[in-house]
Design a binder for this molecule. Sequence first.
Ligand code: 5GP
Length: 194
Amino acid sequence: MLRECNLNNAMTRKKGLTIITGPSGVGKGTLVKKLLDDSENMWLSISATTRTPREGEEDGKDYFFLTEKNFKNLIENDGFIEWAEFAGNFYGTPRDAVEKKLANGKNVLLEIELEGARQVRKTFPEGFQIFLAPPSLKELEKRIRGRATDSEEAILKRLERAKEEVKAQSEFDAVIINDNLDIALSEIKQIVGE
Ligand code: 5GP
């Protein structure tokens, strides 16, 4: 379900930078994967993080897993377009790759949390920002707990943050409610023009 969408902007937008934000557990990862499978000219930025890899995650594919020292070095050397602390770990978008892809005419997708999206809004105002919202906070908690990959402490931190993120959804160019994956996917495709 598409809500609060600036339709003129959305419908005429065919390339460039798209940012997808939404609370942990809302299904961003699944949706982004499907979007990439179906898209020819879309490239997903691989973020750097200090978080420990989850089972099955690969360095350089899911994330660049960095030590805090290396992450901070990159911050100092202006190596990130944006970065933020989230639930006790750092996350950031490496600058070089994104700038190169955009220069080569690729459609670039960032899947990042709220603070990062706010930074990108200032530095890349032409970027289109989509908020992926859960049908309800109750449903979100069910999904986060169902994933069973995080400790109780991490789950609680993520739920707290989710409430803050959901409150900020009106800052975004479009809000898509992820209650049906196929519908949400077709709405995103309509926006990014792929
Ligand atoms: P997770 O630990 O579940 O993989 O990610 C936690 C949160 O960090 C998610 O909301 C995800 O979108 C966000 N995230 C992933 N990469 C980045 C990044 O490069 N920058 C920012 N600001 N957030 C990110």
